[in-house]
Design a protein around this ligand. Structure first.
Ligand SMILES: Cc1cc2nc3c(=O)[nH]c(=O)nc-3n(C[C@H](O)[C@H](O)[C@H](O)COP(=O)(O)OP(=O)(O)OC[C@H]3O[C@@H](n4cnc5c(N)ncnc54)[C@H](O)[C@@H]3O)c2cc1C
Length: 403
């Protein structure tokens, strides 16, 4: 059996390895070729987790955006434990942090890629780099790629549009009559509607809790470091919120409210501010919040309620203090948009999963055609979930393609 894997990324490498391992264990003859458009396989893996590769998450109930829980068969069949064992069998060991995020013990994404590449070599998987697949045709004998290469089965593991310059994966899908759902950047930064405040704060980082509302209704909450940029907001908590915002329409109003003092309740903060005022009534307002947040951020909070940072704190009344606390605990940033695919880590949307079998990853339209990883309409939050989807869907496909 001749199998083509289109895309030598996370999901394609693991599909090829699993299929070849299974074929060998069952004494089945099988030839697998990975076609990779770039000059090396797995380049995106190298960029993951800031070069450290957050490979998995041990969360017992991982959450994915997917229609009719398409992801769940693959994720349940090849859960975190099973993926850890898969990598340990190849000699790759890991550590898990307190939030369940798994990294290679080497702390280097290169180790993950080298492990997969070496196993492909050992198993005799062929790799053709600098080889972009531009066309795919199906007939009763199998599949023709680029009108010149013929295969019995084909796996589409070409990833998505996030952080990629040229991408034709959706075109390949439509050549086979597969529908692609609306796509949008996810796990990206956010453009705020007004950039006056964020521009002043550019470069400042602060630990916060962020609440997302859309059209005034609560959607979700995230805690983490907020980073101000000239266009808006960045940081992991912001990227998590982007995954929700990207699914709402442009006409819907998304607002991210920041709690700049999440470790204090409003009452505690009010008492603390009053104590600071009572301690030295002559000090300037600009120092009032600097025990809780970067000074510049404190000044922006004060200015937003028309309090002059140069004023003496003794001039503030109870109402002023209550207003300061309200703003420090809930500072609204109306959102204009999620930033582009260039800044995104993953694609929301993709191959319509209605036309694929979740137990095998095989197309319902063309027997012998499979799709895995990010090209499908399945995506997760930051924390190792997207690579986990790539590994798990790839392993499920690798097993079922040999059956
Ligand atoms: C900066 C960044 C950091 C990230 N960090 C993490 C992280 O720490 N943890 C996590 O879980 N996820 C992370 N992700 C997301 C994760 O990398 C992807 O979800 C995952 O790589 C998807 O795997 P894939 O195999 O589906 O696609 P990819 O890994 O993108 O692989 C697809 C491959 O197919 C090739 N290809 C495309 N079209 C063709 C064609 N027509 N012919 C031949 N080859 C083709 C591409 O060149 C590519 O090599 C990150 C993403 C980015 C951009």
């Amino acid at each position: 059996m001749k199998i083509a894997v289109i895309g030598g990324g996370a999901s394609g490498l693991v599909t090829a390895i699993t299929a070849m391992q299974k074929a060998r264990s069952e004494n089945k003859k099988c030839e697998i070729t990975i076609f990779e458009a770039r000059d090396r396989v797995g380049k995106k893996i190298l960029a993951t987790g800031n070069g450290r590769c957050n490979m998995l998450n041990t969360d017992e109930a991982p959450f994915y955006f997917s229609r009719n829980n398409f992801h769940s068969h693959a994720i349940r069949s090849f859960d975190a434990e099973s993926n850890l064992a898969f990598f340990a069998d190849l000699g790759l060991y890991t550590r898990t942090d307190e939030e369940g995020r798994v990294y290679p013990l080497s702390n280097q994404a290169t180790t993950v890629l080298d492990t997969l590449r070496t196993e492909c070599e050992r198993l005799g998987v062929k790799t053709k780099t600098d080889c972009e697949i531009k066309s795919i045709k199906a007939d009763k004998n199998g599949f023709a790629l680029n009108n010149e290469m013929y295969f019995d089965k084909v796996v589409l593991s070409c990833g998505g549009k996030a952080a990629v310059k040229n991408f034709n994966g959706y075109d390949l899908l439509s050549q086979l009559g597969h529908r692609v759902t609306e796509i949008a950047p996810s796990l990206s930064k956010l453009n705020t509607a007004d950039t006056k405040d964020v521009k002043q704060l550019q470069g400042i980082r602060h630990k916060v809790t962020l609440t997302l509302t859309v059209d005034g209704k609560f959607v979700t909450k995230e805690s983490g470091e907020l980073l101000f940029a000239k266009y808006g907001l960045s940081g992991i908590a912001v990227m998590q919120l982007s995954a929700y915002i990207t699914r709402f329409g442009k006409k819907q109003k998304a607002v991210v409210s920041a709690d700049f003092v999440p470790s204090f309740t409003s009452d505690e903060l009010e008492k603390a501010v009053q104590r600071i005022i009572a301690h030295d009534e002559k000090q300037r307002c600009e120092n009032l919040l600097s025990g809780f947040m970067p000074k510049k951020l404190g000044e922006v909070v004060l200015k937003s309620i028309s309090i002059n940072p140069g004023e003496e704190v003794g001039r503030l009344n109870e109402k002023d203090v209550a207003a300061i606390v309200r703003k420090a605990k809930k500072y609204p940033f109306p959102i204009d948009s999620v930033r582009s695919f260039e800044d995104a880590q993953v694609t929301a949307g993709g191959a319509d999963t209605e036309y694929f079998n979740p137990s095998t990853m095989e197309s319902k339209l063309h027997k012998g055609f499979y799709a895995v990883g990010e090209v499908l309409d399945v995506d997760g939050l930051c924390g190792g979930y997207n690579l986990m989807w790539a590994w798990s869907s790839g392993r499920l496909c690798g097993e079922s393609i040999i059956k």
